[in-house]
Design a protein around this ligand. Structure first.
Ligand code: NAG
Ligand code: NAG
Ligand code: NAG
Ligand code: NAG
Ligand code: NAG
Ligand code: NAG
Ligand code: NAG
Ligand code: NAG
Ligand code: NAG
Length: 713
């Protein structure tokens, strides 16, 4: 990866400054300068680390676009010359996606149907899709080929994309953020994904089994030292809130000013295509007439948080509960819950709110709640979304056939803030703090490669009387024990001496007697053995018993280098074991991890059940088939390996069922873009135009003036 060295940049800057002074001319658009911080709350930098990159707040654009609702976008600069595109955020994808210009070209015809202009860009389409990217116009583009889009395939989203490598910077001209050269860019035309996105997942992309895995955008940012860790904080923004609350995206940390803190930390599910999974332990609705209506008609509801899509995909029974409660009507053609004006007025009058109670039963009893007002569900869908012919209100829940389709999309993230630490494999979901005008408060999350958690220094609390008594008793007891032991030792020594004296005397007498009688009776007069000695040679009071087999993954957390030399371990043994541990942090986490790992195994089993895999199948042990997710501190290289080389995965051909779960894989396709995405289908869906049919004017200016890249001060 070619990154200008700090020295090089400094040189450029000084040239620039000189030029500015000399010519009194404004310099070229401000280049991005890396900011580092030398301390972070809650972390202790490792020896030799003087500073770490500051987290980056990526400023949202000032506009709201989409055909499945209105969503805030973020700006990217792609290619050379740089081209500004506006994209969403995908927590599931690991790549940058842009809309290919092919999605918006058309042949212009005159009244008679004669083509008067070929392949003209439709500017409405272009604007609506967040500007298109013309890879042929970029000098830095290196084409790779056509590959399946892959993500959201569980939801039945088809399509392929033209993939390649190019330079992608965050921000836009004048407000540039860090930039990654030669990163994976997927360009697509599919209307299932209306805008491109910034993929936040750190798993690498494998274009084929024969090629090296290509690092994700996040991994590249981290490796070039632009962000302090593989982590992010994100909320989708909520236009319906009075002040038009914007989206917020922080890389390498989160924005504490946007959240209401809670104590619940979720741990990743073991599937790297479905890792941000939360348990829904309660789902209730309040309306103006009825409170606490139970909508949770499904046990063990686990939902995947994914910002790529707009809607919530819920089990059919729960959708039916929504229908019953709110009078929603399912539209068989579009598979959406379309809301007409009458229903809309009824809903406004009912003023419903829906509350999700989230937890993770197998790891904690803690729960937290996210409540969505009706406004969060009051979205507009525009053609060509799902074959609609006109702009229509819809209620953004979808019927999910099975657990692989249960997803909480952006609708949910309007009212929830998601913080994910990919390296420590945990995440949190927080309610949004709606306080207006709070200044941004970026809190860094520092990679275990740079720092370890600082044990909170508890001031020495005065001991409670119980503790005092305990300590006194303990001390007294110990003293008594010592006294007893010392006394016993002295007694034993004296006793032994006495015994020896007696023995000597006896032997002397015996010898005398023998001399007299010519006979010596052998007397067994061993000194008395202590009862403690006896039991020590017995079964053992303090057994160093090995934990049963399931504890095997815990071994990797061992801190004893002799016990486990990462280099000496056979690769076939367990891929995870090749991984180097970061020093520190480990001992205190060991116990907790042990607990969590076994809980995660139950999760694995659960997943297997949901995925229709019989857990009793021979060799289907989760520890063999699934990568045990590691919870301890790990380095980004480990993350790459964990995600890129799942045990049991590495030697599997791409057509076995295991491989698709890797998510990093892309299947090449020989065909050009699959056009049009909305073909007439057997189920009678209308044919559609891939090109944007005229939609009502988009609000928000395409040319935003207020943009800012901010860093932790
Ligand atoms: C920022 O921190 C990284 C990681 O410690 C270090 O490699 C880099 O040199 C630092 N950059 C600056 C400008 O101090
Ligand atoms: C425009 O017309 C040309 C020639 O007929 C055709 O090859 C091309 O596919 C058309 N483009 C579009 C976007 O329809
Ligand atoms: C794409 O870029 C190429 C090369 O610069 C140019 O010839 C072509 O007209 C561009 N296409 C569109 C639709 O802008
Ligand atoms: C992805 O690439 C890595 C590194 O080249 C390789 O070890 C791994 O097996 C690949 N993943 C899959 C699913 O083939
Ligand atoms: C860009 O990245 C790809 C994938 O990692 C690599 O194959 C290619 O050589 C790189 N190209 C340049 C110019 O660095
Ligand atoms: C719903 O009503 C119950 C009972 O009055 C109340 O405790 C709860 O806070 C309400 N939920 C919301 C989201 O207003
Ligand atoms: C929609 O589907 C349901 C269930 O399959 C069916 O009962 C109903 O008649 C369908 N309605 C329309 C308008 O096709
Ligand atoms: C991950 O776990 C650590 C240790 O328990 C905790 O301090 C941190 O807040 C968690 N991170 C997230 C994003 O929840
Ligand atoms: C889940 O449902 C989808 C759509 O009906 C189907 O394609 C998929 O195979 C199902 N998955 C499982 C594990 O049953």
């Amino acid at each position: 990866m070619v990154v200008p060295s700090p020295g090089h940049r400094a040189f450029l800057r000084s040239i620039c400054a000189l030029a500015a002074v000399a010519l009194l001319a404004p310099c070229r658009a401000a280049e991005y300068t890396q900011k580092n911080i030398s301390s972070a709350p809650g972390y202790k930098l490792l020896p030799g680390v003087a500073s770490v990159p500051a987290p980056i707040a990526v400023a949202p654009d000032q506009d709201w676009w989409g055909i499945d609702g209105e969503w805030n976008t973020f700006s990217l600069l792609v290619g050379q010359p740089q081209r500004n595109v506006r994209v969403g955020v995908s927590t599931a994808s690991q790549q940058i996606w842009t809309v290919n210009y092919q999605a918006c070209i058309q042949n212009v015809t005159d009244g008679t149907g004669k083509i008067v202009e070929y392949n003209k860009l439709n500017s409405d389409c272009e604007t609506s899709r967040g500007f298109v990217y013309n890879q042929t116009a970029s000098q830095s583009w290196r084409g790779k080929g056509y590959y399946r889009l892959w993500i959201e395939k569980w939801l039945g989203y088809p399509g392929n994309g033209l993939f390649g490598f190019d330079t992608v910077g965050l921000g836009q001209a004048g407000e540039k953020g860090p930039s990654v050269q030669n990163t994976t860019v997927g360009t697509m035309v599919s209307t299932y994904f209306w805008t491109g996105h910034i993929g936040l997942h750190p798993k690498p992309t494998n274009f084929s089994v024969f090629e090296d895995a290509v690092p994700s955008y996040m991994t590249s940012l981290f490796q070039q030292k632009s962000i302090p860790s593989l982590s992010f904080g994100y909320t989708a923004g909520s236009r319906y809130r009075n002040n038009i609350v914007q989206s917020s995206l922080t890389l390498g940390g989160y924005d504490a000013s946007r959240i209401v803190r809670n104590d619940l930390t979720f741990i990743f599910a073991p599937d790297n295509e479905r890792d941000l999974v939360v348990g829904v332990v309660g789902l209730t609705a309040n309306t103006s007439t009825k409170q606490n209506i139970d909508l949770l008609r499904q046990k063990d509801l686990n939902m995947f948080i994914d910002s790529t899509i707009a809607e919530m995909w819920l089990p059919v029974e729960i959708c039916k509960a929504f229908e019953d409660t709110f009078g929603l009507k399912y539209d068989n053609k579009s598979n959406l819950y379309l809301v007409d004006d009458v229903l809309h007025q009824t809903l406004l009058a009912q003023n419903p709110s829906v509350t999700f109670t989230l937890g993770q039963k197998y790891s904690t009893d803690a729960t937290m709640q996210i409540s969505l007002p009706y406004a969060a569900f009051d979205l507009q869908a525009s053609p060509p979304y799902r074959g609609l012919q006109q702009k229509t209100r819809y209620f953004p829940i979808r019927q999910g056939a099975n657990s692989s389709q249960w997803v909480l999309g952006k609708t949910f993230l309007q009212e929830a803030y998601l913080t994910v630490d990919w390296e420590r494999q945990n995440f949190s979901v927080s309610a949004i703090d709606w306080t207006f005008g709070k200044p941004q408060e970026l809190i860094p999350i520092i990679s275990p490669e740079y720092a370890q958690y600082e044990a909170p220094r508890h001031p020495k609390k005065p001991l409670t009387s119980g503790a005092v008594i305990g300590v006194a008793l303990g001390t007294g007891f110990t003293a008594a024990l010592i006294l007893v032991a010392v006394g016993w030792w002295f007694w034993r020594r004296r006793h032994k001496r006495k015994v020896e004296e007696i023995k000597a005397r006896y032997e002397a007498e015996v010898a005398a007697a023998a001399a007299a009688k010519k006979a010596t009776p052998e007397a067994p007069d061993e000194p008395p053995t202590s009862p403690i000695q006896e039991s020590e040679s017995g079964t053992g009071i303090f057994p160093k018993a090995e934990l049963p087999g399931e504890s095997a993954p815990h071994h990797e957390l061992s801190t004893n280098p002799k016990e486990k030399d990462p280099m000496s371990i056979n690769e076939a043994d367990n891929t995870e074991r090749q991984i180097f541990e970061m020093p520190g942090c480990i001992p205190e986490r060991q116990e907790a991890d042990g607990r969590q790992l076994s809980e995660k195994e139950s999760m694995v089993v659960r997943e297997r059940i949901y995925n229709g895999v019989d857990p009793n199948t021979p060799d289907a042990s989760p520890t063999v088939q699934e990568a045990p997710r590691r919870l301890g501190p790990i380095s980004p290289s480990e993350v790459t390996m964990v995600n890129g080389r799942l045990p049991g995965n590495a030697n599997v051909s791409p057509i076995t069922p295991r491989t698709p779960r890797d998510g990093a894989f892309l299947e090449s396709s020989d065909t050009f873009f699959q056009l049009p995405p909305y073909r007439p289908r057997q189920d009678g869906r209308p044919a559609e135009d891939t090109l944007l049919s005229p939609i009502s004017p988009l609000e928000g200016s395409a040319d935003s003036s207020r943009r800012r890249f901010s860093y932790e001060s």
